[in-house]
Write a protein that binds this ligand. Structure first.
Ligand SMILES: [Zn+2]
Length: 425
């Protein structure tokens, strides 16, 4: 058993906070939290304590949707209308076919996620197999946790298809065979790009394969009117995105994340709730999309019972920072009339325990959860000694004013990560 002491802050439910001043966390040999205490329990009196002093101990962040190949286009294409996919997204994804370059991009991604305290990430790669395997291997070596999926994209959504159907199916099978069960921290999943870029044959295969191998599913839906129209035109019977995914067994038959869901219907929101499909709320991407404001009411999903997490999306936004994503989620919610805006505590919950439910027992400092935690030194934010803050105010200040540099240590499954020494370049 290992003991840790510090100011513990965790959100057990939306809008709720547990704050323990100089509390104690007991972590077992498997890296799982055995107990959280206000004072040291009698049976642990003789054990050594790792003491973080006045620092905060918070759960690690979980990013529910991002693309491994898109870092070089962050911030680009948002001043122009309708050219993002063809001018920026597809060319940079194609460049990822070059393995030495992809190796560099993959390493850069892992370093950035580490820096921003994103201990769990749900990642979609491209159609390229070698670069996908490189990311998987580098991730296993990093000590961070992720679900990683090969992107399927065999239907010409915009001009030409990114791969052929046969290769798409063959390489998906191969990837799962090569990686499933290989690492306790990194799992393979299925990552079809989105309905307009998928043949019916590939969707049928993926739905059956997900059930057969019990694989998680990660995709996009309802990014705007453009893709809704493409879906309705091709699938005249189902008409709705959610109904198409459902028909092919890709909508919650196994744990599923759908990114964006902006131009979504109430019927599809109810279907997400019924099937337990997660919404990956890409707050910074949404800020860049020309959408009607009422469509940005994420509270609609929560009220309906849809599990919601936050996501950076990478290229569709401008940063991997979860702190910035949390702030954007707050600011967007304040622009939407008719719905209560998000509080700092609420977005913190979405970035930790709520999104964490997609992965495993992570995102909370609670017994039974992995000790996946960030240690935060917020003295920069508390530098005026004349002003005192409660622990809740310190967490709120960190959400609004914090930066990656305030994170001093990262723990995954009870082990302290140190990317530089443990992670070969
Ligand atoms: Zn995306």
């Amino acid at each position: 058993m290992k003991l840790y002491q510090g100011n513990i802050l965790t959100t057990p439910a939306l809008g709720e906070l547990t704050a323990i001043e100089r509390g104690i966390i007991a972590v077992d040999e498997e890296g799982v939290i055995a107990g959280v205490y206000e004072t040291i329990p009698q049976q642990y009196r003789d054990l050594e304590i790792t003491d973080f002093g006045d620092q905060l101990i918070i759960p690690g962040f979980c990013d529910l949707h991002l693309h491994s190949s898109q870092a070089p286009i962050q911030g680009l294409g948002h001043d122009e209308d309708g050219t993002w996919f063809t001018k920026y997204c597809y060319p940079i994804e194609k460049k990822y076919d070059d393995l030495p370059y992809a190796h560099k991009i993959n390493r850069d991604l892992i370093e950035n996620l580490y820096k921003h305290g994103i201990l769990h990430a749900n990642i979609m790669t491209t159609t390229n197999y070698a670069s996908l395997m490189d990311l998987f291997e580098q991730y296993v070596n990093s000590g961070l946790c992720a679900t990683i999926g090969k992107m399927n994209s065999d239907y010409p959504a915009f001009g030409t298809a990114n791969e052929d159907t046969k290769t798409s199916i063959k390489e998906t099978r191969e990837f799962i065979k090569e990686t499933k069960g290989k690492s306790p921290r990194v799992q393979p999943c299925l990552a079809p790009e989105f309905v307009p870029a998928l043949s019916s044959e590939v969707m049928s295969f993926l739905g059956e394969f997900a059930k057969e191998e019990q694989l998680k599913v990660h995709s996009h839906m309802c990014e705007g009117d453009f893709d809704n129209e493409m879906v309705a035109k091709r699938f005249r019977k189902e008409k709705l995105y959610g109904r198409v995914y459902e028909r092919f067994g890709l909508f919650g038959d196994t744990p599923t994340v759908m990114a964006h869901c902006i131009t979504i219907t109430p019927e599809e929101i109810d279907l997400m709730a019924k099937k337990g499909v997660f919404l990956a709320h890409c707050a910074n991407s949404i800020l860049n999309s020309p959408s009607d404001r009422e469509l940005l009411a994420i509270r609609r999903f929560i009220d309906a019972g849809v599990p919601v997490g936050l996501a950076s999306d990478s290229g569709g936004s401008f940063t991997l920072s979860m702190l910035e994503t949390m702030r954007s989620a707050i600011f967007i919610s304040k622009q939407v009339k008719g719905y209560k805006a998000f509080s700092a505590l609420e977005v913190f919950y979405l970035a930790t325990k709520s999104g964490g439910a997609f992965f495993e027992k992570t995102g909370a400092i609670e017994p039974g959860y992995f000790f996946d935690a960030l240690i935060v030194d917020d003295k920069r934010l508390c530098r005026f000694e004349e002003v005192s803050y409660t622990l809740q105010e310190r967490l709120t200040r960190f959400v609004y004013c914090g930066e990656a540099q305030d994170i001093t240590h990262r723990y995954v499954h009870g082990q302290k990560l140190c990317l530089k020494s443990e992670f070969p370049v």
